[in-house]
Design a protein around this ligand. Structure first.
Ligand code: NAD
Length: 369
């Protein structure tokens, strides 16, 4: 049997530091025979620009396309903010997502019980929270044409972006969300602004049609995006899976990401279409950036990166038991009071990135002997 290929992209800033810790976790899974992945690495972002003059080489993109799953840490940094847009680290990331065809971005907002106090909301509002936001990633207003800034005959300037969706774009992301709901609490909330936008009317109609044709067993509700933002803060536990377009999904998933309280804890997955052979592109990354303010200090929280690997095991390799094992190990380590600076509580001494990674690996061993 050929080995499954996993590509690791450490990127910039704290990326290499948190990658060092996920490497330990990946090595543990390989050495205990739970996985047998062939793991390779490549450059993306600022480091790729410095080395090759582009934030993503064709060779790195090809390697990503030929892998069964890709795990990236983070890109970006002040050093590269002066570059033209096409050379910026973030462009490498956009090109990679596009080149992999990953159109559904999955962002869980999961509150670990021991961290309920870390949220800015009251603990009783977030305790036990477990929601999943599915954001459409390759369409909508961020890509729609026409776009640009033009000067009008009267000398004013006009900025234009276009919100545009087709039936198939809506259906493919809604299908991912319905399937996820089936594996969870069987509830889906579809979000748009059908009250004021034609693209929202189409979105609602297509989701409703798909529901009637293929997913009648899933409980479906529709909600306007502004109301959804309010409900996420008022009573987030009413939701199971939320699906939305690129723009509203961007805002709502950022809002939801603050419910658990720390950026350093939040993983994400982006998935493409499943082809006839069952193969589906899978791209995994923590939701945080490269944290230039703490890069190189060895104090970053590696848990979002480690949990992203857990999502990879769950969604790209159908290894739910291994993914559960990672989440359990993280939960136990936190319960034991092992905390990096971003999630430390009164009376606890913050640990380094490496100590946190080692603690997770040690806990994985304890859980399995
Ligand atoms: P950021 O997520 O990098 O940092 C925001 C704050 O959270 C900082 O105070 C940082 O120290 C902290 N933080 C983030 N991750 C942490 C972790 N794992 N452990 C502990 N603390 C953590 O966002 P930013 O400051 O807006 O952006 C910095 C750079 O990252 C920019 O160049 C931006 O373009 C880039 N960025 C990249 C991605 C990505 O790679 N997907 C996402 C967002 C931002």
């Amino acid at each position: 049997m050929t080995k499954k290929k996993v590509l690791l992209l450490p990127g910039d800033g704290i990326g290499p530091e948190i990658t060092a810790e996920v490497r330990k976790v990946m090595a543990w899974f390989n050495s205990t025979g739970r996985t047998s992945f062939e793991i390779t690495e490549d450059l993306i972002g600022g480091i790729s620009y410095d080395t090759h003059g582009t934030p993503l080489t064709d060779a790195a993109l090809k390697r990503a396309q030929e892998s069964d799953a890709v795990l990236m840490a983070s890109v970006g940094g002040v050093k590269w903010d002066v570059l033209p847009f096409k050379d910026r680290p973030e462009r490498g990331l956009l090109a990679l997502r596009k080149g992999l065809g990953v159109f559904a971005n999955l962002r869980p907002a999961l509150v670990f019980d021991v961290l309920a106090n870390a949220s800015t909301l009251k603990p009783e509002v977030v305790q036990g929270l477990d929601i999943m936001i599915v954001r459409e990633l390759l369409g909508g207003v961020y890509f729609g044409e026409p776009r640009g800034i033009e000067t009008l005959p009267d000398g004013q300037r006009r900025g234009v972006n276009t919100q545009v969706y087709t039936t198939s774009e809506i259906q493919r992301v809604a299908r991912v969300a319905f399937e996820l709901a089936r594996k969870r609490k069987n509830k889906l909330c579809s979000v748009e602004k059908a009250n004021v936008m034609e693209s929202g009317v189409l979105w609602r109609e297509e989701v409703t049609k798909l529901h009637a044709a293929e997913y009648k067993d899933v409980e479906l509700v529709h909600m306007y995006a502004d109301n959804c933002a309010m409900q996420l803060v008022r009573n987030p536990k009413q939701f199971d899976v939320i699906v939305s377009d690129n723009l509203f999904g961007d805002l709502l998933s950022d809002l939801a990401s603050m419910l658990p309280g720390s950026l350093g804890m939040l993983p994400s997955a982006s998935l493409g279409l499943r082809d006839a052979s069952g193969r589906q592109a899978g791209f995994y990354e923590p939701i945080h950036g490269s944290a230039p303010d703490i890069a190189g200090k060895g104090i970053a929280n590696p848990l979002a990166m480690i949990l992203s690997y857990g999502m990879m095991l769950r969604y790209s390799f159908d290894m739910a038991a291994n993914a559960d094992l990672i989440e359990k190990a993280v939960q136990n380590v936190l319960r034991a009071g092992v905390r990096t600076g971003d999630i430390v509580e009164k009376g606890q001494t913050p640990v380094s990135t490496a100590v946190m990674g080692d603690a997770v690996v040690k806990e994985l061993t304890s859980l399995t002997i």
